[in-house]
Structures are given as C-alpha cells and as structure tokens.
Write a protein that binds this ligand. Structure first.
Ligand SMILES: NC(=O)c1ccc[n+]([C@@H]2O[C@H](COP(=O)([O-])OP(=O)(O)OC[C@H]3O[C@@H](n4cnc5c(N)ncnc54)[C@H](O)[C@@H]3O)[C@@H](O)[C@H]2O)c1
Length: 400
C-alpha cells in the first residue's frame, strides 16, 4: 500500500450505509494490503441528533452537507443518504467538481435517484467532467461467487441464458415504524427491486425491453414516533421499545412487487421482492438457467453458489458453506444490521476496493455499476411503476 491519501467526505455518516462505509474504509488495508491509495473519511454530514455518534467514530461531524460538498479538500464523496436526497447532493458535488477541475470520485448509494429523469441528469452532467470516476453501490456485484458466475454465464460455455428468476425477501417491513423508507421515494421496488434489476443485467448481460408488474401495500398506515430517529440503528431499537407518542401516517408505496421481464433476445425472467415475508432476513437469491447449466445463489449462504451442469449431470457447489442467518440468535456477535450478516463489511470493502482501483486507473476485478447502469435500473423501475398504474406491458423505450 502506498501513502497516497485520498480524502473522503461522507454524506449520511450516521446511517446504516454510513456505518458500512466506515467499516469498509477501515478494513481496506487489511483485506487489500497492496491497494494503491489510503482513503480516510475526514468529515461526515449528519443530522444534529447524530453528531455525537459521528464524532465517536473519529470523524468530524457537520450538519451542513452543502458546505461539505463545496469544500475543495475531498477527493472522494460518498452519498449515503435517503433516496430523495441523492439527486440534489450528487448534482451539487458534480457542479463543484466541474468548477474545481480536480481529479475526483463521486459514489452514490442505490437507487441512484428517484426517477429516470433525475438519473439521466446526473449521468449527463458526470459525462462532461474530465478526470471523474462515478459509481453506484449495487453491492451484490461484489460477492465473489456472483462475479465468478457472471464470467461463466457470459462466456457462453453453457449456451445462452434462456430464463431467470430473482427473489429478494425481507421481513422487517411487517413491524417497522414509518420512516423515509415508506415515504414517496422509498418502497420495496426502489429498495430491493433496484438490486434485482441491476443483478439481472449484470449476470445475463442484457437489459429488459418490456416489463409487466403488480405491487401491493399490505400495511396502509404506519406509526410515526414523535421523536423519530433518522437512522436504522434507532429504528430497530424503536421496534423493541416503541415510543407511543406519535401519529399514524398513510403509506403510499409498495411493500411487495412482482415484475415479469422480457429481454430483447426473447429471454424472459421474473423479479419478486417483498419486505413482509415472515422468516426472511436478507434473502436475495437467483436461479439463472442457461441452455446447458443452471446457476443458483442465495445471500443467506453468501459464499456458496450452485451450478447444475446438464451435460455431465453433475451438481457443483463452489466455495464454502457459511450461513449468516445466525445473526439474530442470542449471540449477536458483530451484527452489522439484521439479516445483513457479519461479512457485509467485507462486501463494502470489495466495493470500495473496486472504486479505488478505478480511481487509480486500474482494470476492475469485476465491473462496478456505472451511472449509466444505475440510470438503466431507474428506466426499468419507472417502466415497472407505469405498468402497475396502467395495468399493461410497458416497453422500456417509452421511458425517455
Ligand atoms: N447498497 C446496499 O446494499 C444498501 C443497503 C441499505 C441501504 N442502501 C441505500 O443507502 C441509502 C441510505 O440508507 P440507510 O439505510 O443508510 O439509511 P439511514 O436512514 O440508516 O441513514 C440515512 C442517513 O442520512 C442522513 N440524513 C437523513 N436526512 C438527511 C437530511 N435531510 N440531510 C442530510 N442528511 C440526512 C442521516 O445522517 C441518516 O443517518 C439509501 O439510498 C438506501 O437505499 C443501500
């Protein structure tokens, strides 16, 4: 590792993803001793109630994200705030970078934006800035077995993809207080559906041409505590000792959705996502069926992937068999967030490693999601919402 420092500004420093970034950056030199830069989070934006938590993590807190974005000091900015803030924060960071003319990286949490139009603006502006690296955190690309299966599938060695299924199920929505995740720009599609849309394209090499979808809101009103914590850390605590002062708030976004996808080459697939499935923690899984082999993975068994090779009749299991669902037992060692497993930190480190490599001009181990990829996810989600509203198949070409 060199001593070339990269100064990192972190927006949303006290949230779940803010903490994931703290863990990820801190562990980079241990996982990747030869990494070409040494990134350090020097300042983090947060809400006034969160300043102590950020300070305790050794990061200087600020409640003025605009001033932080306009500092000349940062090389990398991380936008890890609620979905509805990504566009404004990213555009401000891009404009500041364009004016300054310094080599920089702008990294945004998924979903990139709350509409295709917003994502397109971000993508278009980023394209005009020289020496800029941008990416969106579709983190499941950086699970080793997924990168490995992608290479096998895209090599064509097992014939073309003929169909696929993605399923992303969680249970926390059954008992959660109202938060931004149930506000107009939250919802299961934006949250979990976006991951599945990205992974479908990542693993099959195709983007959908048409979608048809349905969605449901199972819990039409949720309790909003008077003193609501901004971050997930407290939200889970609220569930344990729920503060009774507050009000019921109407929920207008989906708790669950199903998408049917047609790909341009005639392949079809399904995406199923829900935050209300008893027993599911962070159960993200897929089955991708090629002509001669089927590939399967499930986040609950993070390091393991299964390939059924039709030509040899063999079922191969790659990797180990670590099971991460134990993190909600009475031994809550090193829990990051419910269902996210002890090794979520390593996935974040993998994602940050790819960003540092890109910043240094090195080829990726496995491709990051670019702003273009993330904008295409927004196009798919917007077509999906249109299909739900209009009860019909929607072509992706309708979303411009
Ligand atoms: N890539 C992944 O796997 C993954 C997983 C979880 C969440 N996310 C994404 O990360 C983003 C943040 O999610 P989270 O779970 O960390 O949320 P969170 O609620 O835990 O934290 C959000 C943080 O944003 C900050 N914030 C809130 N309102 C603000 C405001 N008005 N101005 C400035 N800062 C404000 C606060 O510091 C808060 O702690 C979301 O876009 C979410 O979709 C991605």
């Amino acid at each position: 590792m060199t001593n070339d420092k990269l100064m990192v500004a972190l927006l949303g420093a006290a949230g779940m993803m803010g903490r994931a970034r703290q863990l990820g950056y801190a562990s980079l030199p241990y996982y990747y001793p030869t990494i070409p830069y040494r990134p350090t989070i020097y300042k983090g934006s947060c809400l006034p109630s969160e300043c102590d938590a950020v300070r305790n993590a050794g990061i200087e807190p600020t409640t003025d994200w605009k001033a932080l974005v306009n500092e000349t000091k940062w090389d990398v900015i991380e936008i890890a705030t609620p979905n509805e803030l990504h566009h404004e924060m990213c555009m401000e960071a891009l404009e500041a970078t364009k004016k300054l003319g310094k080599k920089r990286a702008v990294i945004v949490e998924k979903p990139l934006a709350t509409s295709f139009g917003q994502a397109k603006e971000m993508y278009e502006l980023a394209k005009t800035i020289p020496n800029l690296h941008c990416s969106c955190n579709f983190i499941y690309r950086h699970v080793a077995i997924n990168a490995f299966f992608r290479n096998l599938i895209l090599s064509g060695a097992y014939g073309p993809v003929i169909e696929f299924e993605f399923r992303y199920a969680q249970s926390w929505g059954r008992n959660a207080d109202y938060s931004w995740r149930f506000g107009p720009f939250g919802g299961c599609l934006a949250d979990l559906g976006s991951h599945a849309c990205d992974m479908a394209s990542f693993l099959t090499g195709e983007r959908p041409s048409e979608v048809a979808a349905v969605a449901a809101t199972y819990i039409p009103e949720r309790f909003k505590p008077a003193k609501q914590a901004a971050s997930d850390i407290r939200r889970y605590e609220n569930n344990v000792a729920r503060e009774r002062e507050g009000e019921m708030v109407k929920v207008e976004v989906d708790d669950a959705a199903r998408i049917l996808m047609k790909m341009p080459n005639g392949v079809f697939g399904t995406i199923s996502c829900t935050r209300n499935q008893c027993g599911a923690q962070n159960t993200f899984s897929y089955t991708i069926c090629c002509r001669d082999a089927t590939f399967k993975w499930n986040f609950d068994r993070l390091s393991e992937g299964v390939m059924v090779d039709e030509r040899t009749g063999e079922t191969k299991t790659y990797g180990g068999s670590t099971t991460f669902t134990a993190d909600q037992t009475e031994f809550p060692y090193a829990i990051f967030a419910p269902g996210h497993g002890v090794d979520y930190r390593a996935l974040t480190a993998n994602f940050l490693y790819e960003n540092v490599r890109a910043f240094a001009g090195l080829a990726p181990v496995s491709p990051l999601a670019t702003f273009k990829d993330a904008m295409e996810v927004e196009r798919t989600l917007e077509a999906t919402k249109k299909s739900i509203c209009e009860n019909r198949w929607v072509r992706l070409s309708e979303i411009n």
